[in-house]
Design a protein around this ligand. Sequence first.
Ligand code: XMP
Length: 429
Amino acid sequence: MKQDMILILDLGSEENPKLAREIRAMGVYTEIHPHDISAEALSALPGVKGIILNGGPNRVVDGVSIDAGDAVYQSGLPVLCADHKGEPALPTDDAARADLLRRFVFETCKAEANWNMENFIADQVELVRRQVGDRKVLLALSGGVDSSVVAALLIRAIGKQLTCVHVNHGLLRKGEPEQVVEVFRDQMDANLIYVDATDRFLDKLAGVDEPEHKRKIIGTEFIRVFEEEARKLEGIDFLAQGTIYPDIIESGTKTVKAVKSHHNVGGLPEDLGFELVEPLKMLFKDEVRACGKALGLPDNMVYRQPFPGPGLGVRCLGAITRDRLEAVRESDAILREEFANAGLEGKVWQYFTVVPDFKSVGVHDGLRTFDWPVILRAVNTVDAMTATVEDVPFALLQKITARITSEVKGVNRVLYDLTPKPSGTIEWE
Ligand code: XMP
């Protein structure tokens, strides 16, 4: 293995991800593990140079302070306690804290600053080859950042032993399914099964207008299509997943309660009967992007804005119809193109269009029209829990309006949504 590691043992502190990132920022790889790690599990971790115990106030449960087991104290590795019976032991002043951590990592533990993407990829390639041997792996490749980076990493590690299945549920943005085929099948020579399940999804969704019901149909149907494809293949032992570190951290460890459980389109049930391959499970999102770039994925795939699993289905409000869905897709493409032209791509966190299921009267070439409006949404956020509205230049809004009303069939008005979260949510459904 090419990297040294500092192990953070979780005694309940919600600050552990921050601590992990602080040390990674020094160029040293970190992982967070449960406080009661066994001696076997500890010795199986490669490159551990030192251990930090961190509990914070959650460390004290019913008046008793929980502690790491003998495995840790008998390991012979340097140990730093970041809190003392729940009271912070690291300085709360940032510079002093960074200094103390740096001295522990480099002087006490003698770790080397050798955490970088090249080394991470080299290590994961070796680990995946070891895990998989000459057997076969299956991946649901949505085209999102995480599954795309997993695909690129596994193609490097095991080539044609990986089969990627891309299910097009008909609710993707303009050009997305084509790009998945182009990048993975044409450029990376992957084993890619492309399933156009548009009709199947849209038939199931016909007449369904309740948002949660729509989501459920999309999620369930996705799993059915994927399972059908998986059954056609023979000799698959592993399922690869684009799990990343925040998914694991937010789903809760033994000692920190869950922030939210992660469930998505593409979030496959555990009882599929495969062993999991999750090479990104220790990376934060920005690190996943860096990994994708280092593996040669295009920028618009690696830096793409968040896109909900149920896709344009939650932006074509009410019961989805093909013509309104096309209006969402085409108006979204115009919005994205104009934001890119204006240099806003990568600066605004998320932007998209919504088409409601009502019409209004307008006029075109002197004739009365009765068409849909398109709602523009552009928001900024750190964690998607709250969001502010982007102050889009008025001239740009006017340009986008002119293009959408002249280029998108069935649309005669454009509105800009000025609502922050709360009181609105980011999506409309
Ligand atoms: P809301 O609308 O809840 O959205 O303010 C917050 C963020 O989550 C995304 N979102 C989803 N992502 N599956 C997803 O993978 C979903 O069902 C889903 N619903 C909302 C949304 O795009 C925004 O970034």
